[in-house]
Design a protein around this ligand. Structure first.
Ligand code: SF4
Length: 472
């Protein structure tokens, strides 16, 4: 029985409700009046429920589909402006006890090289990331109580935050590790993590069971209820995600939005981010063996519909996607992207030798961070290395209420300018620096409040003097 306020996965992701939603969307996919009313609701930027979103995803009317894409572009601009937040993944260890059939780290894969970073390795990897210009990391590790216990993760977070190389610093560490207990989540909060990210992979319970045949991750309820435990442990920024390609994407869209509605109903705050990875080739993983892959146009529509449904939630796309696809979905709603990523353990230092097969997936966008920043600016975006909200305590409902009131741009836009300037000074190639300086000059004119403009101007002139820990 569907109950968004229930703490039981089988009730807040009720299979019957998902199936009814999909049937209703299918029945109404040519109802221009109904679709028009849903679009009017979306236009008011108040979000959509999972049924309304499913209807837009199914919409079979070409003019309405054009309207969906145009509205997603507009809402993206209204809530995020032209800012794009930059991050990089850091793989700590690919030891894993689970049997996930779509992931090369699965326990029975005998061909992959197993690796785990020591604290000294982490210093070297993070120094390399700092030298690229990164300020925000997403930590990744397989689930292995002996090789990667929570103590190892906590020690690694401490190491990362302690590294200050030249002008570099990692100011926000987001963490993507296996579902755990409230007490462990409390320890992660105390370690000062940013967002806790856990991909559901698939919300379809029966498929989930087949895709996770062994290991603790086999337990659907334990995995699906993890965000409630994380929030109970004091982590108020959580990131959802689905691995598209494992199950039918219509099912996943309805369910991930039901999950978001559940978090809002129970905790008063929805997910901080939603990630939209698509299945990719990797050691012992052939994406063609899975039936539910989606093409680029379907993927773009998914992104657009999620943007309309949860306008205040960050949307993340990684280097799993190639440059052309990333360009398309940036306009439709994506607000965070990775750049210069290595998806193998130790990859930032080793430059991924040809015989290294420790990567979790094949990277499609292989450009350097500088090339990605340069490209974003040429497209009219403002790359941001800002981590201020987290450090100023603007997380959870405090962030969401600002964001819902479209106020976050008063902080984010100036902070994006400041952190871009910092990147340009410290790490950019001459060409990227020139492009960035011109962009900053233009963007300064878009700060409406004179008081803030004056403050930003003073920060910008101070960067050479070491005033680097600034934020608004
Ligand atoms: S998806 Fe995560 S839990 Fe599953 S095998 Fe890969 S690393 Fe392990």
């Amino acid at each position: 029985m569907y109950d968004p306020k229930s703490l039981k996965a089988e009730e807040f992701i009720d299979h019957g409700e998902v199936m009814e939603t999909l049937a209703w969307a299918e029945q109404n996919k040519t109802d221009a009046g109904l679709i028009g009313r849903v679009l009017e609701k979306a236009r008011a930027s108040s979000g959509l429920n999972h049924r309304e979103a499913a209807l837009l995803l199914d919409c079979a009317l070409p003019d309405k589909n054009e309207e969906i894409l145009a509205l997603a572009r507009q809402i993206k601009l209204d809530f995020y402006g032209n800012r794009i937040v930059m991050f990089a993944p850091l793989y700590l260890s690919n030891y894993c006890v689970n049997g996930c059939v779509y992931c090369p780290y699965h326990r029975t894969n005998k061909t992959i090289s197993r690796k785990k970073l020591t604290q000294e390795d982490i210093v070297r990897e993070v120094t390399a990331l700092q030298d690229m210009g990164h300020k925000r990391l997403a930590l990744e590790a397989g689930e292995h109580p002996k090789m990667n216990p929570l103590e190892y993760i906590l020690e690694s977070i401490g190491t990362i935050y302690s590294i200050k190389h030249a002008n570099g610093a990692i100011r926000r560490v987001n963490v993507n590790i296996a579902a755990t207990t409230v007490e462990d989540y409390r320890r992660l909060r105390d370690a000062g993590i940013g967002t806790y990210i856990l991909f559901q992979e698939t919300y379809h319970r029966a498929s989930y069971g087949q895709l996770h045949p062994t290991g603790p991750k086999h337990d659907y309820a334990w995995h699906t209820e993890a965000m409630d435990r994380a929030m109970a442990g004091g982590l108020d920024d959580v990131g959802l995600g689905v691995l598209f390609g494992l199950e039918f994407h219509r099912y996943e869209l309805a369910a991930v939005l039901m999950h978001a509605e559940h978090l809002e109903a129970v905790h008063g705050v929805g997910p901080h981010t939603i990630s939209v990875p698509r299945l990719r080739r990797a050691d012992d993983v052939d994406p063609d063996a899975f039936q539910h892959g989606i093409d680029d146009d379907t993927f773009a529509k998914l992104v657009a519909v999620i943007r309309l449904a949860v306008p205040y939630t960050g949307l993340i796309v990684s280097t799993r996607e190639n440059q052309a696809c990333r360009e398309k979905v940036l306009a439709l709603g994506v607000s965070q992207i990775s750049g210069g990523s290595r998806t193998s353990v130790g990859g930032y230092l080793e430059k991924e030798p040809e015989d290294d097969n420790s990567a979790q997936f094949e990277v499609s966008d292989t450009r350097t961070l500088d090339e990605v920043v340069n490209w974003l600016m040429r497209l009219g975006y403002l790359p941001s290395f800002c981590t201020a909200c987290y450090r100023e305590g603007r997380t959870g409902d405090r962030f969401m209420s600002l964001c819902k009131a479209k106020q976050i741009q008063n902080c984010c836009h100036p902070n994006a300018i400041i952190t871009l300037k910092e990147y340009l000074e410290d790490y950019a190639t001459p060409e990227t620096r020139k492009l960035g300086e011109d962009l900053i000059a233009r963007e300064m004119g878009n700060i409406p409040k004179e008081k803030i403009r004056t403050l930003v101007t003073s920060y910008l002139s101070d960067i050479h003097d070491g005033a680097r820990d600034f934020r608004i």
